[in-house]
Design a protein around this ligand. Structure first.
Ligand code: C5P
Length: 355
């Protein structure tokens, strides 16, 4: 199977896995034993940046046949990759970097306050914001079918929101894995606030759209290697990611044992799994941008809705309501319609065969 399809299927599975693992990592412990989302965002950027740096370095070394030239070959490659990373235009990545850090932090608020499946469906609104920013910043023109599908998307998300908001302050026990030890735990573990969750997910959709379009603009207007751009993105992300960690470090309850153990406080298996799946997602997103296109990326995301929905039913005892099914189906159909290539759009709406 070509790398293009492998990366798309992996992105769909990663998307579904992230919302499930992140949600469980947040709701399965009492607030006093929760890990810090700020630490998770920082670790994500550190790991993603390091992996991207190794890939960028190996690519440069391979291109200049460093292994055949011994230590000096490797040293020359290291200097070259560093020159590329600290190129005069690297500052352009500071804007998407800041936006992605905000987005990754908002994701934690959203997923802690919404059921997994509801989060996934509502997060599809990022297609709407991406379209709006593409029209505004990239001067892209959208066909009437695309506008219509965006309208359906908003309706679908609205239907899912109405059903979820009506059950305000859902106890998170409803979202514990079926048969888990936590299922019988007292209700005070974690109280979800759908309004807060929807606010966070809406804001995350805006940062996702703006950051994605901005990253696309930077990539298409230069010849720099994708992995070098990824390192630049992570480097600039470190500044906004480290600030909340320093802010938290003023709390002597956590940081008296030292900075590293303060950052890693309450970091159990689920927290590490969340960071690992996030890192994987960032890397696959980069590969999908390079080897595939946004049309197929949209399909991967909508496939992940179905996957996380099925997993929510099996793992968290998520209750299927008619409005959830109608809302999710509308979102899926709208996503599919939006992703129809030009010329196929009429077929998408009418089902007619073009003559
Ligand atoms: O949902 P969306 O596609 O906007 O999410 C993009 C995610 O991928 C963010 O978490 C962002 O940090 C990450 N990303 C990345 N490297 C890129 C582009 C996105 O790590 N080049």
């Amino acid at each position: 199977m070509p790398l293009k399809y492998v990366s798309l299927v992996t992105l769909a599975v990663q998307n579904a896995a992230l919302s499930i693992v992140m949600h469980y990592s947040r709701v399965s412990t009492p607030a006093a034993q929760a890990y810090s989302p700020a630490s998770a965002v920082l670790l994500n950027e550190l790991l993603k940046g390091s992996i991207s740096f190794v890939i960028a370095f190996l690519r440069v070394a391979d291109a200049s046949d460093a292994s055949g030239r011994g230590v000096w070959g490797w040293w020359a490659s290291l200097r070259r990759v560093c020159r590329e990373i600290f190129s005069p235009d690297c500052w352009k990545l500071s804007i998407p970097a800041l936006l992605y850090v905000v987005q990754n932090s908002l994701q934690f608020v959203a997923i802690s306050n919404l059921p997994v499946a509801t989060f996934q469906v509502t997060y599809q609104m990022k297609i709407l914001t991406t379209a709006a920013f593409s029209v505004m910043l990239l001067r892209r023109k959208l066909s009437s079918t695309k506008w219509l599908s965006l309208f359906f998307l908003a309706i679908g998300v609205g239907i899912v929101q109405i059903q979820s908001s009506s059950t305000s302050h859902v106890p998170a026990r409803q979202n514990m894995p079926v048969g888990s030890a936590h299922e019988s735990a007292p209700l005070h573990i974690h109280i979800m606030s759908p309004l807060k969750g929807f606010g966070a997910v809406t804001a995350a959709c805006f940062t996702s759209g703006l950051a994605g379009v901005y990253f696309e603009m930077v990539l298409k207007n230069s010849k720099a290697d994708l992995w070098v751009r990824n390192v630049q993105l992570s480097l600039f992300s470190l500044i906004p990611a480290v600030l909340p960690v320093f802010w938290e470090s003023s709390d002597p309850r956590y940081y008296q044992a030292g900075l590293i153990s303060g950052i890693l406080r309450n970091f159990g298996g689920w927290a590490w799994a969340t960071v690992a799946v996030q890192v994987l997602g960032g890397l696959i997103t980069a590969i999908v941008i390079k080897y595939s296109d946004n049309i197929l990326k949209g399909f991967a995301t909508s496939l992940s809705i179905v996957l996380s929905f099925l997993a929510s039913v099996a793992l968290f005892g998520f209750r299927i309501t008619p409005s959830f099914v109608i809302g999710s189906t509308t979102v899926l159909v709208a996503t599919w319609m939006y992703n129809q290539p030009p010329g196929q759009e009429l077929v998408a709406i009418t089902g007619a065969i073009p003559v």
